[in-house]
Design a protein around this ligand. Structure first.
Ligand SMILES: [Zn+2]
Ligand SMILES: [Zn+2]
Length: 113
């Protein structure tokens, strides 16, 4: 992946999460995490009301699913990688490709924003 100052994998949390504020996130399933999906450290995220949660790729291109808790908040301790046995497993390759292609398409353009 490219390295830019807008790369969420390189950026520290800025959403006042009690455990991440000011530091980078290396895991997405920490029980005390209260990160918002607008956090600087949050990768491009698909909000999917149909399944009550969010989907995104980590730095290693693993697809993660995080269920919603209440509007705008996410149950990070229940975050799971979407493997073949996950209920969304059949769509995992498609969703991963979609997120990766969006990421790749946007990277050359972000310096213009
Ligand atoms: Zn956090
Ligand atoms: Zn955060």
């Amino acid at each position: 992946m490219y390295r830019t100052y807008r790369n969420p994998y390189e950026r520290p949390c800025d959403c006042r999460c009690p455990i991440h504020q000011g530091s980078r996130r290396t895991a997405y399933d920490e029980p005390d995490c209260h990160c918002l999906i607008t956090c600087a450290s949050q990768p491009a995220t698909l909000v999917v009301p149909e399944v009550g949660g969010i989907l995104f790729l980590d730095y290693g291109l693993t697809l993660w699913f995080v269920p919603g808790l209440e509007p705008g908040h996410w149950d990070w301790q229940c975050a799971v990688p979407v493997g073949s046995t996950h209920p969304l497993g059949k769509a995992a390759d498609y969703l991963s490709d979609l997120l990766f292609e969006a990421h790749e398409a946007l990277l050359p353009l972000i310096h213009r924003m």
